[in-house]
Design a protein around this ligand. Structure first.
Ligand code: 5GP
Length: 206
């Protein structure tokens, strides 16, 4: 295993989620729904949910979306170099039937890492556009729909896309920890969790 990588333990992810939940609750308040970007956003979403709920309250629903990045062969000046493909998206019909529409909700988008920011840019823009389209169909506006973003790690590097804060309506962008631009090894990808955890501890990421 290479020391050029940053090793993150399960405990480290857990503690960063706990700290972020406190910050979210004290600023934007309890989310109504968590949108987990798969697969890296699934485990952090489940952990942060634990800390976003006060005792006796109902669980916050977690909705999964799947996005894949492909190299974009386009040469347009606004090209961000990679194309994002939806492999799984929200089922607005089922949501409206079993939960509620997302219009006016406090929405928290979760992923494990903000690398080039392409994925987060896409997720925020497309969720916003889809909810707006849904609202318009119902003769409504976006109301107080608010988007926040939580990533376990943000890489300090030049990004290929930006987060449009005007879409967030006062929601926050939060990273558990900013890290150098290196490959991050997460515990759920490890085939040898004992060594992984040992390396994470040696780096102080436990
Ligand atoms: P983006 O470049 O759009 O910010 O990140 C795209 C995706 O690439 C992330 O959601 C994540 O799944 C993957 N990724 C980027 N950098 C890393 C990394 O350092 N470690 C791991 N495990 N995945 C990464």
């Amino acid at each position: 295993m290479s020391q050029d990588k940053i090793y993150i333990s399960y405990d480290c992810v857990h503690k960063l989620c706990q700290k972020a939940a406190d910050q979210i609750l004290s600023t934007v308040g309890k989310p109504d729904v968590i949108v987990a970007i798969g697969g890296g956003g699934f485990i952090p979403s489940r952990i942060i949910r634990t800390f976003l709920r006060h005792q006796g309250e109902k669980n916050i629903p977690i909705q999964a979306i799947g996005l894949s990045l492909y190299e974009d062969l386009g040469t347009g000046s606004d090209s961000i170099g990679k194309e994002v493909i939806r492999t799984q998206w929200l089922d607005f019909g089922a949501l409206a039937q079993h939960f509620d529409s997302l219009i006016g909700k406090n929405i928290l988008i979760v992923d494990e890492v903000d690398d080039t920011r392409t994925t987060l840019h896409y997720a925020l823009t497309e969720l916003y556009n889809d909810i707006k389209e849904n609202a318009e169909k119902l003769g409504k506006d976006m109301g107080n729909t608010k988007f926040s973003i939580f990533v376990v790690n943000n890489k300090l590097k030049e990004k290929r896309a930006e987060i449009d804060e005007s879409l967030m309506n006062g929601g926050m962008y939060l990273s558990g920890e900013d890290v150098p631009d290196k490959w991050i090894a997460y515990p759920w990808e490890s085939s040898d969790i004992d060594t992984h955890t040992k390396l994470a501890k040696e780096q102080g990421n436990n």
